[in-house]
Design a protein around this ligand. Structure first.
Ligand code: AMP
Ligand code: ZN
Ligand code: ZN
Length: 418
């Protein structure tokens, strides 16, 4: 009906109007093309996937509703804290990054234990490149609150800012510090920040995953995350960045009395027990290999043992020199501890443990993502935790090192243009 010129003029006027009406909102919610997008990674240790949506996690539930949640995330073997935290930031299975257990031994390097802060901060144990090292190498500043490995110099690089693990610092204080980092002016603001919280793991071990004390710890961790997110939102930052919340593994019920003494698994004269707990690493003594193997290999009540080369393939475990020659995997709900601890354990009620087969429902970990790169209100299918690293490398726009992950399962989480 109208000549083309009028149609074009109408279109131009409409576009102008649309532009005018959206301008005020853009000042807080949108970034300019050149503004870097920070990435915040939060780990709540042992936050089982099914702890969400039960009334204890209002802040995490809201984040998931306004972003993406995985039905669950599969931990890597062994389902322990240090191996899985390093997997999340390297995309490598523990067997490949070398932090094969919370307790390790290496000829010439000695013993690694989580509680030994000198070993934890010794870069020789951490032989793969975590995302913060890749980011620093690419010139992006990073700031890390006690992520396992962040206290070590790796490949000559440390995070620009890092805080050593310190249980005595309350979660809210940690949240406030990470908020302060991210609220700094663009010139000093970290491009990648991480926060670690352990209280859910502690309560889960002491009381079991379903105890009131564990619910309380989940509420406390959720409140700390909420405090951090509210602070970022108040500054107009939350919508201009990306946030990923993960856990390293779940937590299983250990009923009273479900414990085996490692000395009953193998006599001390035949083997050294390098790591205890749920994934038990055993090194036969010289001249006792046959005796140790005869005693251990195969199925027992409450556990099963393999030569490291014969472990189930789906665990991707057993090639690394740090894995002892024999690995015994405890059945769900059973612990292996030194005989010296049995009397004390006999007094304990229901407890919790992880480190069981990562395929078990009780070991399922949490994954939530929110922000500029992510779709809203989406639930994605379960995926392996090695896949988080290639996702983060893409979000930071840095090259991903060779890894065991695959970004494909996470593509449905991303906005089409990210
Ligand atoms: P686990 O439950 O044995 O797999 O280990 C979890 C424990 O590791 C937590 O309860 C903390 O006490 C400890 N932990 C976590 N992060 C660190 C860290 N960065 N440095 C030292 N210890 C840590
Ligand atoms: Zn853990
Ligand atoms: Zn734990």
């Amino acid at each position: 009906m109208h000549p083309p010129f009028f149609r074009l003029a109408w279109l131009a006027a409409l576009l102008l109007l649309a532009g005018c009406t959206t301008t005020p909102a853009r000042t807080t919610a949108t970034r300019t093309a050149s503004e870097p997008v920070p990435l915040l990674l939060i780990s709540i240790d042992a936050l089982r996937a099914d702890y969400l949506g039960k009334g204890d996690t209002p802040h995490l539930d809201r984040l998931a509703r306004q972003g993406v949640r995985a039905e669950w995330m599969n931990p890597s073997y062994p389902a322990l804290t240090f191996p899985n935290h390093f997997t999340l930031v390297t995309g490598l299975r523990p067997d490949r990054h070398g932090v094969v257990h919370n307790t390790m031994r290496e000829e010439g390097l000695g013993d690694f234990r989580v509680a030994d802060l000198a070993a934890v901060g010794d870069g020789r144990w951490w032989r793969a490149e975590p995302i913060w090292v890749g980011a620093e190498k690419a010139g992006l500043p990073t700031a890390i609150w006690a992520w396992p490995g962040s206290a070590a110099e790796i490949d000559g690089v440390r995070p620009t800012r890092w805080k050593p693990y310190d249980e005595s610092i309350p979660a809210d204080q940690r949240a406030d510090e990470v908020a302060r980092w991210l609220e700094e002016p663009a010139a000093t603001r970290p491009r990648f920040a991480a926060l670690y919280l352990e209280m859910v793991d502690g309560a889960g071990h002491e009381h079991g995953p379903h105890a009131p004390q564990t619910h309380q710890a989940v509420r406390q961790a959720d409140a700390a995350v909420g405090r951090l997110l509210d602070s970022l939102a108040g500054k107009g930052l939350l919508e201009r960045m990306n946030v990923i919340v993960v856990s390293d593994h779940g937590m299983a019920v250990v009923p009273p009395g479900q414990v085996v003494a490692v000395e009953d698994m193998v006599p001390v004269e035949d083997a050294i027990v390098v790591s205890i707990g749920q994934s038990v690493g055993i090194a036969p003594r010289a001249g006792h290999v046959e005796a140790a193997e005869k005693r251990l290999l195969g199925r027992h009540n409450h556990y099963q043992c393999w030569r490291k080369s014969e472990l189930p393939a789906r665990w991707h475990y057993g090639r690394n020199a740090r894995v002892p020659p024999i690995v015994c995997q405890m059945d769900e709900g059973w612990d292996a501890i030194p005989a010296a601890g049995m009397a004390k354990r006999a007094l304990a009620g229901t407890r919790g443990s992880h480190g069981y087969d990562p395929a078990l429902a009780s070991m399922r970990a949490t994954f939530i993502a929110h922000g500029l790169a992510f779709r809203k209100g989406v639930v994605i299918a379960p995926f392996d935790n090695v896949d988080v690293y290639p996702l983060m490398a893409r979000l930071l726009d840095i090259p991903a090192r060779e890894n065991d992950g695959d970004i494909a399962p996470l593509l449905p989480a991303l906005e089409a243009d990210k």
